[in-house]
Design a protein around this ligand. Structure first.
Ligand code: CA
Ligand code: CA
Length: 209
């Protein structure tokens, strides 16, 4: 696995993992996150509710440059033994203010942790709403790290109701004309133009599964 840039983030957390029948114990887990694009610069992704938006490998910098921002998460116990089979459904990405609205399961990683204790976010999320603010990785409802991911999301489902329809076209129109608005910069290059309209057009009619 080629990891271009290593991060930084390491935490030790204690969870009750009832799936292992350990509800009366407190197994110790260590979590490691790597992001291929590093954490120094923000990156932006475009989501659609049907999962046809940007994969994490096609995030964009502020100037529109494409960048691979896939996320690797590894879980080990406190003896360094990989935790295999940790359910993808118990891990997700969440915005701190709820402004990014995933479909059910729409921001989980791509698979349960494998034999190395690892999973990845590569496939596009299924989501609406937008996140100029901070987003975090959650494990069983707990924030994994206090450091936010350097990722921001926009979506043609601007209303965040799980479908792209005329309501969103109206919201886009309001955001498109006037001062620059991050929420309408679907092809994220710092400008609102036909590339953004094109991404809206591609999304019209899409809905959560
Ligand atoms: Ca909508
Ligand atoms: Ca743009």
């Amino acid at each position: 696995m080629k990891i271009i840039t290593q991060i930084v983030l390491l935490a030790v957390a204690v969870l009750l993992w009832t799936n292992l029948g350990l509800a009366n114990q407190t197994p110790c887990f260590e979590y490691y996150i790597d992001m291929a694009c590093g954490t120094e610069e923000p990156a932006f992704m475009f989501n659609l509710p049907d999962g046809s938006g940007s994969p994490f490998t096609e995030a964009q910098r502020s100037d529109g440059t494409f960048v691979d921002c896939r996320i690797y998460l590894t879980i080990e116990d406190c003896f360094g033994v990989p935790i295999q089979g940790f359910p993808a459904e118990d891990m997700w990405i969440q915005s701190d203010d709820g402004s990014m609205v995933p479909c059910i399961g729409g921001s989980n990683p791509d698979f349960d942790t494998d034999e190395t204790g690892s999973t990845e976010w590569v496939d596009p999320m299924f989501a609406g709403g937008s996140t100029p603010n901070d987003v975090y990785i959650m494990i069983n409802g707990e924030m994994l790290f206090e450091t936010p991911l350097p990722l921001h999301f926009s979506s043609a489902d601007m209303s965040g109701d799980g479908v792209v329809n005329l309501v969103d076209v109206g919201l886009f129109s309001n955001a498109f004309f006037g001062d620059y608005n991050f929420e309408a910069d679907f092809f994220h290059d710092g400008h609102l133009n036909l590339a953004d309209v094109g991404r809206l057009a591609l999304g019209i009619g899409d809905s959560c599964p």
